[in-house]
Ligand binder design. Sequence first.
Ligand SMILES: CC(C)(COP(=O)(O)OP(=O)(O)OC[C@H]1O[C@@H](n2cnc3c(N)ncnc32)[C@H](O)[C@@H]1OP(=O)(O)O)[C@@H](O)C(=O)NCCC(=O)NCCS
Length: 326
Amino acid sequence: MIRSEILGTGSYLPEKVVTNKDWEKMVDTSDEWITTRTGIKERHFAAENEATSDLVVEASKKAIEDAKINKEDIDLIIVGTISSDNAYPSTANWVQKKLGIKPIPSFDISAACSGFLYGLIVADSFIKIGAAKKVLVAGAEIMTRIMNWEDRNTCVLFGDGAGAVVLGPTDEDKGILSTYWGADGNLGDLLKQPAGGSAMPATHETVDKKLHAVYMEGNKVFKHAVLRMQEAAIKALELANLTGNDVDLYIPHQANIRIIEATIERAKIPLEKTFINIDKIANISAATIPIGLDQAKKTGRIKPGDNVLMSAFGGGLTWAGIVVRF
Ligand SMILES: CC(C)(COP(=O)(O)OP(=O)(O)OC[C@H]1O[C@@H](n2cnc3c(N)ncnc32)[C@H](O)[C@@H]1OP(=O)(O)O)[C@@H](O)C(=O)NCCC(=O)NCCS
């Protein structure tokens, strides 16, 4: 039986760090409010000359090196993002160009914070049917480019960065053991970037009203986030015939520490087996999980044979859970 295994990981965080104390000087907020409500202490901001594809390129170079493959072996590129370089071409197209890889299929996935896991699920399917042999899957965002700096409810929650993996086939007892995903467009209005698309094209008014920025009804999203994160984690485990006890490491999407705590309680996963970096990177939407995966791997928190659970939730609304054995 062919499964997909993660051959290598990489991540990139822009140099500039903005702390909660820095935020106190920019909007009416406090380190205390942000820390107690979310668990966030600091986040990275991309430099002015960096586009989302540049972040992917940095993360991808490391993932390709870690996978010990030649970049020419890659036959598909998938990037999860909601802050692409342009409306089109896709960020993945720019990545193919900037990495200097031969013309191969490359496309973006728009599933907000679930974008990377959606990308992994798609890549896994291509590998299982033999349609791809080495897939570069990335999650990347420059969320600070799509923020309304006057909306203190939302702007303090996000940061910038990218993570990437190389996926390839294996016939050993490892790799992606289960995938679970879902979406509910009925709740799309709770978290969206209202203007700039065909439903509301850009006008002076949309710019003045800051409708090109992330709009989120945080309270309502929170309730769905808890339920769907729990569902995604538990279903992914069930589909892999595992329980919370079998999890060696859980890498949750990092939107709010309280969502993570509620999820691990319900899925019966101990805190010490949960990877938490929200304090350092905040919410980087689709980039969050691949960055966590890379940091966990490079700091020795993932060993051969480990069962790693990942689950995410985001705008759409979308959600996904995956179990991978290393
Ligand atoms: C956004 C979020 C952190 C807000 O936390 P909360 O506990 O729900 O806070 P509330 O929205 O109830 O706001 C409580 C108070 O803090 C205030 N507040 C909001 N942002 C603030 C800030 N940055 N600094 C200080 N006060 C703030 C509010 O105005 C409100 O004041 P009021 O009671 O006087 O009206 C939380 O709802 C959340 O994490 N939501 C989900 C995010 C998510 O999962 N996104 C999807 C994945 S990307």
